[in-house]
Design a protein around this ligand. Structure first.
Ligand SMILES: C[S@@+](CC[C@H](N)C(=O)[O-])C[C@H]1O[C@@H](n2cnc3c(N)ncnc32)[C@H](O)[C@@H]1O
Length: 748
């Protein structure tokens, strides 16, 4: 949804086809021995040369780096004990070596492009390129994949790489294990230091702390684990476990940290460190209520712990947001503008909505009680969010899925990495994610092997394809850009965004062109508000692709990407029309655009052309919105307001809203007694609705002042629906603005 899909753009289509051909060519050598064609020295030299060039070379002229996904294959679901060791010399090309594993050691430093790469050798000294996808960024640093790192690749896949060389490609995080140098698996000849007889729990703990001090948390965890396994004294056990918990916290492994501190609390119920680390782990897992409960115990027993008191305040604030849906939106906007990436520390509020089965399109989200237009349905923190700063010269990634013939530009590749890491490190989060719709993709039905979570990269990728959202830095920023006519960025990418994220609750919302809810963003928070009044038990829908921005020639919107056709009344109506009616409508729309652009605007002619355009619609707009009309009517209303023809401004302002399906009473001029301005039925919500109400407000101020405040009230509600909050309305619109649509050009 709103991601930059370029699957149909000829340039990328050719690229996809070329990759498809490469895959086909590679299949022709399937099963042949994977013997490198060059000597060890040549391979090492070439690797070092490439690494040097990568550091110097920019991405291509558009700053786009490409990566492509191979045909989907499942992660290894076999326990290590069931696998047999295989040597490099026995590997075959384009083959998944099921039932086998490789024991490898890196003989170079790592190089990172879209994968972390290094040359590896086995015990025979045979070497090959290793490509690890979706690993953490730190892995490319000197800390984690330095030369001499020993690792196991489960059920390795050997492929022909783009340049014709061979390599081992690992897509699933759970298919690689980093082996500590003291592990029995490591051959003596690979050990840098020989285990000393006096290695005891204390010395393991000391080594752990040494690694911790250097920020090498993986090695620290390995050493603390060794200390715990070597029968430490009760005091040392607690210390090692607390230290390991801290290392887990530092490496974002909150489930494991929680397990360690729970163990400590079993023997030392009021351990200050254990309680504090427990509260921290729970906070990071977004279990705010339990975090607060733990903090309450800390506060009672350690009233002087000021750091804990501060953290208690933070957890309590999240709990209030989660329970009440009350947010300081203005502050959130400021934070989103300042932080890079714009990730906000806020709780998720789920309002009066619930997930239920629909009759025809899987699960959907429904209201549990009546809501009014503008009401907050939920405000959700992203499960994962990958930010692309459009103002910084940052590389974009082109992600190609040859299996599905999909190409996307932006941060989808980074999103796969982020989600993979998150799930791998915190398997308690797996159920929530794997529950999301993933089409027909079937993953392995094993969640854990050897106490390590099995994370399927291709399941993550399919889920992202169907559930992720492209998003701006904030919807307010987008709104302001479009009001300033500065929507070049949107035009360049056809209204799609390079930043992207996954929001779990939002993923249950189905599409309808007649959407009754609207999503907006502040950083990585998604805000969904009702865009019309809804009775209880109504299915909530929004646009996956907006019918408003879709080229009328391509209407009904193409939803093939999600594998369905919309059957809303708008789509049904369009399908029922003859080609000649549609082409006539498109032709008149094009004429109208020309007339508006003309240097000598002929308003009479414009009005006549708009009438002809309206004549192409058979059903009333209150039933089937007239999508070609809202924008011309609004332009006309603004033109008339500027020339102080306020009656005309009211007439066309109301018509603009009515063409979107609004039914409005009491707005016509002359005003009937003191009848209020009432929206009897809300129509489709777009950014243009806000300035339209403000044009009406300006005109009513002159003609019927009591209606002006009511129109402004509706502008405020519409603004809240469009940008997620109304706290910044007065900074963005004012009746006193120089512009007739009330927009303040100083807004930022
Ligand atoms: C993001 S998921 C929405 C939730 C999904 N229905 C579920 O059960 O989890 C997107 C998928 O929902 C289905 N879907 C969404 N809107 C639909 C519609 N208007 N008609 C039919 N299927 C729809 C499609 O299968 C689509 O790929």
């Amino acid at each position: 949804m709103d991601t930059h899909d370029v699957s149909d753009v000829p340039e990328y289509l050719r690229y996809l086809q070329a990759q498809k051909q490469n895959l086909k060519n590679a299949q022709a050598v399937k099963g042949r021995p994977a013997r490198p064609q060059r000597s060890r020295d040549e391979i090492l030299m070439q690797f070092m040369f490439r690494k040097m060039m990568n550091t110097k070379a920019p991405a291509n002229h558009m700053n786009i780096r490409s990566s492509f996904l191979p045909p989907a294959y499942p992660p290894s679901a076999n326990p290590f004990s069931k696998l047999k060791k295989v040597m490099i010399k026995s590997l075959c090309l384009e083959t998944h070596h099921r039932g086998q594993y490789l024991l490898l050691r890196t003989v170079t430093q790592a190089d990172t492009m879209t994968a972390v790469m290094a040359i590896v050798e086995d015990e025979d000294g045979s070497i090959l390129m290793l490509q690890l996808y979706n690993q953490e960024h730190q892995l490319s640093g000197t800390q984690s994949l330095r030369e001499g790192t020993v690792l196991v690749v489960k059920e390795p896949y050997v492929k022909v790489m783009a340049d014709g060389d061979y390599g081992i490609r690992v897509d699933h995080l759970s298919d690689v294990r980093f082996i500590p140098e003291f592990d029995d698996l490591v051959p003596l000849s690979w050990r840098k230091r020989v285990m000393q007889a006096d290695e005891n729990p204390s010395s393991w703990k000391a080594r752990g702390s040494e690694h911790f001090g250097q920020g090498d948390y993986r090695s620290a965890i390995q050493c603390y684990s060794k200390a715990l396994e070597s029968h430490p004294s009760p005091e040392l056990l607690v210390i090692a476990q607390l230290n390991r918990a801290l290392s887990f916290l530092k490496s974002y492994r909150f489930d494991a940290a929680l397990r360690d501190v729970e163990d400590v609390l079993q023997v030392s119920e009021l351990s200050e460190k254990a309680l504090f680390r427990k509260a921290q782990a729970l906070y990071q897992l977004r279990r705010f209520k339990e975090s607060c409960e733990t903090h309450a115990i800390l506060a009672e027993n350690y009233p002087d712990n000021t750091v804990a008191a501060h953290e208690y305040g933070r957890a309590s604030a999240r709990l209030v947001e989660q329970d009440s849906g009350k947010y300081e939106f203005r502050k959130m906007i400021l934070e989103a503008n300042m932080r890079r990436p714009p990730r906000l520390d806020r709780g998720t509020y789920i309002g009066p909505v619930t997930v239920k089965q629909t009759q025809s399109h899987g699960r959907g989200l429904f209201t549990m009680e009546a809501v009014k237009a503008g009401d907050l349905l939920f405000c959700e923190k992203a499960f994962a969010h990958a930010f692309h700063d459009e103002n910084a010269s940052q590389d974009l990634r082109l992600l190609l899925n040859v299996d599905l013939a999909k190409a996307t530009i932006g941060t989808q590749g980074e999103l796969i990495e982020l989600i993979g890491q998150k799930l791998y490190k915190n398997p308690s989060l797996l159920p929530g994610f794997v529950d999301l719709h993933h089409g027909t993709y079937k993953s392995v039905d094993v969640l854990e092997v050897d106490a390590i979570p099995v994370v399927d990269t291709f399941l993550i990728e399919r889920t992202i394809l169907l559930n992720s959202f492209g998003c701006p830095l904030s919807s307010r920023e987008s709104h302001i850009r479009s009001m300033k006519g500065d929507d070049n960025m949107a035009k360049r990418t056809n209204g799609q965004f390079h930043s992207s994220g996954v929001w779990l609750m939002a993923s249950y919302i189905n599409h309808s062109c007649m959407s009754n809810a609207h999503r907006s963003f502040i950083g990585d928070m998604m805000i969904v508000r009702a865009s019309r009044d809804l009775p209880p038990n109504t299915e909530i829908t929004f646009w996956y692709k907006s019918p408003m921005t879709c080229d009328p020639k391509e209407f009904p919107v193409n939803l093939q990407h999600w594998d369905f056709n919309c059957d809303c009344i708008l789509c049904q109506d369009t399908r029922s029309l003859s080609r000649s009616v549609l082409s006539n409508r498109n032709r008149i729309s094009a004429d109208l655009r020309r007339l508006f652009k003309s240097s000598k605007m002929n308003l009479q002619k414009i009005e006549g052309t708009i009438s002809s355009l309206a004549g192409t619609y058979c059903r009333p707009a209150s039933e089937v919105p007239h999508l070609a009309l809202d924008s011309p009517y609004l332009s006309l209303a603004a033109i008339y307001a500027s020339s102080r023809k306020f009656e005309k401004a009211v007439e066309f302002g109301l018509k603009s809203l009515e063409s979107l399906g609004f039914v409005i009473k009491g707005g016509n001029i002359p005003q009937v007694s003191d009848a209020p301005l009432v929206v009897k039925k809300w129509g489709l919500m777009t950014d243009g609705v806000v300035p339209c109400w403000m044009v009406l407000c300006r005109a009513y101020q002159e003609l019927a002042p009591t209606l002006a405040s009511q129109a402004e009230g509706y502008a405020r509600v519409s603004y809240g629906i469009c940008v997620g909050e109304d706290e910044t309305f007065d900074q963005t619109y004012s009746r006193l603005s120089d512009r007739v649509d009330g927009f303040l050009t100083t807004a930022k």
